[in-house]
Design a protein around this ligand. Structure first.
Ligand code: MN
Ligand code: MN
Length: 466
């Protein structure tokens, strides 16, 4: 059985819609390079569509009605949006979940140092990266600096074309004989991911009679950090600064059918889920779009899917509808249906050996469903029920959505996880869904505009009909 390619089905009007959606996503991806930035962008779009914050809803003191739109975030890094349905929440929610953290390099708490007339920042990588991919390319610094007085500075250096960029150097091939004979995991090691940020040497102190002044790169860099960005060296202790590829996402391919960008995993599913969420204004079942943090490191911490944030927020929402009890909350969670959306590995003709062709995801063939993920003997997988998969087939086919099924690579080739198994702990039906990408977890990933288009259609159909 082979699934059809969606491109064959598009007329000129559909292609125009698809390209317009691709451009909106391209801008979102270019501006949202950290989980915090993605939350801000999503909240702005939600507010423009009539959503209000949970706090505002509480202050208003009016019971929530069908069609009311509420959002809540935790620490600015994880976001839940809800549109109240006509059915009681106890009957379960239709949930679209995706993650908004992406692999990157984080600055260490004490990152700044000088070595041999260069100023550098020490990093600790976040998520699964091939370290050798992060050298010799322009990088940007995004994040926040929390000052002792409680104020928080937002940092974004390297995105404006007038900004400088930073980066990590690689060794010239002429001197790389030893390096090139190492296994790829050792070519660039974690502790060597040091970001070069300056090289101008200034006099350390006022020149004294008959004495050469001592030179310093750090002195100048510290002055720039302070004057231009308001950062003192000690402020790095309470900062979250992410080193990410600099520059915008771009159309890719002579036919412009693809997008290349940093962080498709998993902002491509997050953005398409958000678009569908905002489009479905009067759902029968209460809709939820959940954009979570920390997936790439195990969904841990207060802002990851393992936290109580989601169920606490559902409890708050039920209380606002005037229909809360502990038992009703448990029932609402257990009766819910979810698409846990995360990127799939697209079949890559450059690397056919890792895939089994019948059960691979293909660019352009639409939304990908993974009944199970995991590794080895389905280890760590949420293996969704056949009955739920049957319901999903019906919803997608009835809505004319292009979709396909896949596993992540051949049996025993590797594997991966998502947030599906965590939500499934409540007893709800959850299936992994998402969009296939090439070069996953590389600084620049690739995805098909057709799949973005089909994903939005699929997510909308799910919110309306699950
Ligand atoms: Mn992912
Ligand atoms: Mn990932």
């Amino acid at each position: 059985m082979e699934r059809k390619n969606a491109w064959l089905s598009y007329d000129e009007a559909a292609k125009k819609q698809l390209m317009d959606l691709g451009e909106k996503y391209r801008l979102f991806l270019s501006r949202g390079k950290t989980e915090r930035e993605c939350v801000k962008l999503a909240v702005a779009e939600a507010r423009a569509a009539g959503y209000i914050s949970l706090e505002e809803a509480k202050e208003a003191g009016k019971p929530l009605q069908a069609g009311d739109k509420i959002y809540a975030d935790i620490m600015g890094k994880s976001l839940a949006l809800f549109t109240v349905g006509t059915e009681p929440m106890e009957a379960g929610l239709n949930i679209l979940g995706a993650h908004i953290d992406s692999p990157r390099l984080d600055l260490k708490q004490n990152p700044l140092y000088e070595d041999t007339d260069q100023a550098l920042l020490d990093t600790h990588y976040y998520g699964g990266i091939k370290k050798y991919q992060w050298v010799a390319l322009p990088l940007a610094l995004h994040g926040v600096v929390a000052k002792k007085d409680g104020s928080v500075l937002e940092i974004c250096i390297g995105e404006d074309p007038a900004d400088p960029v930073v980066g990590i150097t690689d060794l010239l091939p002429h001197l790389a004989a030893d390096q090139m004979s190492k296994p790829a995991a050792k070519v660039i090691e974690g502790e060597d991911l040091n970001v070069l940020i300056g090289s101008e040497v200034v006099a350390e102190e006022e020149p004294k009679e008959g004495k050469e002044p001592k030179g310093s790169v750090l002195k100048n860099i510290k002055a720039i950090l302070k004057e231009k960005y308001g950062i003192e060296e000690e402020d790095f202790i309470s900062a979250e600064i992410e080193v990410v590829p600099a520059g915008e996402a771009r159309d890719f391919g002579l036919d412009r059918s693809l997008l290349i960008g940093y962080g498709h995993d998993d902002r491509i599913c997050a953005y398409t889920s958000l678009v569908a969420m905002l489009a479905v204004t009067a759902p029968k079942m209460t809709s939820c779009c959940l954009l979570t943090d920390k997936e790439e490191i195990g969904s841990v911490g207060a802002t990851g899917m393992h936290s109580r944030f989601f169920e606490n927020t559902v409890a708050e929402l039920m209380a606002l509808t005037g229909d809360y009890s502990e038992l009703k909350l448990r029932r609402a969670l257990a009766n819910s249906r979810m698409l846990s959306s995360d990127v799939s590995a697209g079949y890559d003709p450059n690397y056919p050996a890792v895939n089994e062709k019948k059960n691979s995801a293909y660019l352009g063939r639409g939304l990908v469903f993974n009944k199970y993920t995991g590794s080895r003997g389905k280890g760590g997988s949420n293996d969704c029920s056949a009955e739920y998969m049957g319901q999903i087939r019906r919803i997608m086919d009835d809505a004319g959505v292009y979709w396909q099924t896949a596993e992540l690579g051949k049996v025993d080739q590797g594997g991966g996880g998502t947030i599906a198994y965590i939500a499934a702990n409540y007893g709800m039906n959850v299936v992994d869904a998402g969009i296939s990408v090439l070069s996953m977890h590389a600084p620049w990933e690739l995805a098909s505009k057709a799949d973005i288009f089909e994903a939005v259609k699929g997510y909308e159909a799910f919110l309306k009909n699950a």
